[in-house]
Every structure is written in structure tokens, then in C-alpha cells.
Write a protein that binds this ligand. Structure first.
Ligand SMILES: Nc1nc2c(ncn2[C@@H]2O[C@H](COP(=O)(O)OP(=O)(O)OP(=O)(O)O)[C@@H](O)[C@H]2O)c(=O)[nH]1
Ligand SMILES: [Mg+2]
Length: 410
């Protein structure tokens, strides 16, 4: 299945549940253990965001998804996910596994920073009594390590680059910096905004101090790889207070309470046919008692009481939805060939659900589907209203769009 173009990176301290979260979200079985540094090589998989499917609003009996999945009227749309090794304090000085492995998440569009909201792992990732350690400190430590990793990476030959820009008659300074940082998925817009935010725009690059470069890169990273904090292990009593504290300590950053373990167990029980559970639901239903032993039944009851009831879900889908829809500002659009039947050329109803940035035009959508379609784009039809829309139209969440293009020259 095509996983779109969005890459979600899972980062955090070692032994806080990153791989459990990854496994729950992607259903890829990976190594999970209660000790530090279990993950060494990155895990890569496909996770899903969840949205009400357009076929429900259109009153259609069903859809025929191709690039995505529809369950009970919920469309699950794929994104790529990468789970990397864990960090410890001082990783940028080589402690633990160091921070070089963060190179694997250079191109991530958004980072899920998993913390242990129960405070039951020490800074080195060793298990401890719940409430012993502070997830606020933990999140700060990880953000420091990520920013230090980027700084070290860029600072190495910054002087040379800065002198070349200052003396070489470079007209588009933000463009030149963006190119220098393109390995981190940084765009000219990210750079221009960061220059503005740090007030460094008018200063010659070679006169920036180390701290100014640090601050600038942090501002860039906040735009090129923004963070969602996943407050994991909320199934452990006492985590609630820390969720509140995390929200207070990081007012500009979404904090999503989660229990990756609960999501993993629910998906397994659903796969085994014991329960009905749609990922992201606030509850489950037992459909086959005989498939549950007493231990499993008890675990599910605990999940219901400690996770689903107070938090209205396990937080796994919620964290992904927050990252993709709120932070990255994506909307879902359905391209079709037949604007009256809402089908592709093979008669499939609403086959594809595409994630595209808010503010995109129908031509942007055409380009997303195929370069040729973008180049030959004439106009589009909003299948919901049957109105013809042009390049100035801004796509809206849930739009069903037929693109009309000029016949390719033979
Ligand atoms: N109670 C509880 N335990 C969890 C949860 N998520 C993960 N764990 C446990 O935390 C431990 C570490 O889980 P992993 O997923 O391996 O953690 P990691 O962050 O990938 O660790 P490294 O790869 O070693 O850095 C395991 O014992 C998991 O079962 C959760 O939501 N609740
Ligand atoms: Mg791991």
C-alpha cells in the first residue's frame, strides 16, 4: 500500500515504549523489552490516521478503498513511520548509543516524542517505581539532544559556508541556507520564518555566534520537524498528574496521553476475533468470550477502566491524527474520475483518500497524482456540488474532486 509522502518519526528516551507504540500503530511485530537499548536498527512501517469517510456524508452504502482502508465508515489513511533507538542524557557526547542514529529521522515531517508519563524509567532507561522520575525533564532532555544533534551536524562546516554566502554575492540567503539544510527536509519557508523569529535576518552569517546558530537551528527544526509529545503509559496510576504537568510545561506543543501497550493488546485481541475494536475507538466490545482466557479478560477490563474510560481512547491514533491534521495541517481529499458516481475509471467508489496540505489547489492535487496530470490540468469539478472550480479554489477537507486535463499530445 502506498504510504503517501508523510514520514512520522518516533523518538524518545530509551525504554519508554517507542517500539511498542510503533508496533501498535503499524502492526509490525518488533522487539520490545523492559531494558534500555533494545532497538538498534530503525523499524520502518506504515501507520494510519483516521477520518470519517466521505462515503458516509454522501449517503453512499459503501466505498471501495484502494490506497487506504475503510472500517465502519472510518477511513484509515497511510503514513510512513520510523522508530529509532532511544536517547539518554549526553547522547550528543556519545553516551548510550549516541545520537548519530537520529540521521535516520532527518527527513521526518513530524516527530512523536514518546515520554514515560508514569515516571517509571530512570534517565538511563532502567525500570523504577512509578512516580520516581519526571517526564517534563525527560522531554526537555530529548529536545536538547535533538537540537544538539542538528547543531553539531551543521556547525561542522558552517564557517566556510557562512563566509561563502557573505562574500560570494549570494542574493537569496534564505534559499542558500535552505539548500545547505536540505538534508533535514528544510524548505526556504522554514528558513525565512526562522530568520524572522530569531531576528537574525539582517546579520551577516559569519558574525553569528555559536549560540545564535543554535537558536536559529532550533527555530528551523521547530518548523521542519515539529513535535507532538506522547505521554505514554497512562495505564499506570499516577500518570494523570504528569500529563497535566506536561501540558503546562509545553504550552505550544500538543501533549497526547497514550497507552501504547493498551493499543497493542486491543489490536491483538481484535485480530484474534475476541473483541470488536476499531483503532482509535473509545471502547471495545467482547464478541467471542471463548477466545479470552481469564488473564486476557482481566487485562482488557483494566484497559477499559484505566485507559479508555478516562482518556477516551488509547492515544495511538489520536497522536497520529494530531501530528498529521493539527500540526502538519493536512486535509483529506478524494480524487475521482466520475463526478456523479464518485468512482474511478474502474467503477470503484472513492478509491483513494489523499493527504494534502490545507490551502492546496486542485492543480496541486493533480500534481500529487501525476506530474503529467498537473502539467495538463485545465480545471476541476467539485463532485459534491457539481461546480466547476479553477486554480484559485482552495481544497477543503473531505472534498471529492474530478480533475479535467487536456488530452496528452500524441
Ligand atoms: N505499562 C505500560 N508499559 C508499556 C507501555 N508501552 C510500553 N511499555 C513497556 O515498556 C517497556 C519498553 O518498551 P519498548 O517499546 O521496547 O521501549 P523503547 O522505547 O522502544 O525502548 P528502546 O528501544 O530500548 O529504547 C516494555 O516492557 C513495554 O512492555 C504502556 O503504554 N504501558
Ligand atoms: Mg525500541
Amino acid at each position: 500500500m502506498e504510504a503517501g509522502q508523510i514520514l512520522v518519526g518516533v523518538v524518545g528516551k530509551t525504554n519508554v515504549g517507542k517500539s511498542t507504540f510503533f508496533s501498535a500503530a503499524t502492526e509490525v511485530p518488533v522487539q520490545v523489552e523492559n531494558r534500555p537499548f533494545v532497538t538498534i536498527e530503525p523499524n520502518i512501517g506504515v501507520a494510519y490516521v483516521r477520518k470519517r469517510c466521505a462515503h458516509v456524508e454522501l449517503g453512499l452504502p459503501k466505498c471501495d478503498p484502494v490506497n487506504s482502508v475503510c472500517i465502519d465508515g472510518w477511513r484509515f489513511i497511510p503514513v510512513k513511520m520510523i522508530d529509532v533507538a532511544g536517547l539518554v542524557p549526553g547522547a550528543h557526547q556519545g553516551r548510550g548509543l549516541g545520537n548519530k542514529f537520529l540521521d535516520d529521522i532527518r527527513k521526518a515531517d513530524v516527530l512523536l516524542l514518546v515520554v514515560d508519563a508514569s515516571g517509571s524509567t530512570d534517565p538511563e532507561g532502567l525500570p523504577a517505581k512509578p512516580g520516581t522520575y519526571d517526564p517534563v525533564e525527560e522531554a526537555r532532555m530529548i529536545i536538547r539532544e535533538i537540537d544538539e544533534w542538528m547543531y553539531q551536524n551543521v556547525a561542522r562546516d558552517w564557517d566556510k559556508f557562512a563566509r561563502r554566502v557573505d562574500t560570494g554575492g549570494v542574493h537569496d540567503v534564505p534559499g542558500a541556507i535552505a539548500q545547505r539544510l536540505s538534508g533535514f527536509g528544510v524548505t526556504r519557508t522554514h528558513v525565512a520564518e526562522a530568520l524572522e523569529a530569531t531576528g537574525l535576518g539582517d546579520k551577516k552569517l559569519s558574525t553569528w555566534s555559536g549560540d545564535e546558530l543554535r537558536g536559529f537551528l532550533k527555530a528551523v527544526r521547530e518548523r521542519s520537524s515539529p513535535i507532538v509529545i506522547v505521554a505514554n503509559k497512562v495505564d499506570i496510576p499516577g500518570a494523570e498528574e504528569n500529563v497535566k504537568r506536561l501540558k503546562e510545561a509545553f504550552p505550544g506543543t500538543p501533549v497526547v496521553p497514550a497507552s501504547a501497550m493498551a493499543e497493542l493488546l486491543l489490536r491483538r485481541a481484535a485480530k484474534a476475533g475476541a473483541i470488536k475494536y476499531i483503532p482509535g475507538d473509545p471502547d471495545f466490545e467482547v464478541v467471542d468470550e471463548s477466545r479470552l482466557d481469564s488473564k486476557a479478560r482481566k487485562a482488557l477490563e483494566i484497559i477499559r477502566e484505566r485507559v479508555l474510560k478516562p482518556w477516551k481512547g488509547t492515544g495511538v491514533i489520536q497522536a497520529l491524527n494530531t501530528a498529521v491534521f493539527d500540526v502538519l495541517g493536512m486535509i483529506v481529499v478524494y480524487p475521482v474520475e466520475d463526478a456523479s458516481k464518485f468512482t474511478d475509471r474502474n467503477g470503484r467508489v472513492l478509491p483513494d483518500a489523499i493527504l494534502i496540505p490545507r490551502g492546496s489547489s486542485p492543480r496541486d492535487l493533480a500534481y500529487r497524482i501525476h506530474t503529467d496530470l498537473g502539467n495538463t490540468f485545465l480545471y476541476a469539478i467539485n463532485a459534491k456540488t457539481k461546480q466547476r472550480v479553477g486554480e484559485t479554489y482552495q481544497l477543503r477537507d473531505g472534498d471529492v474532486i474530478k480533475i479535467v486535463a487536456a488530452a496528452a499530445k500524441g
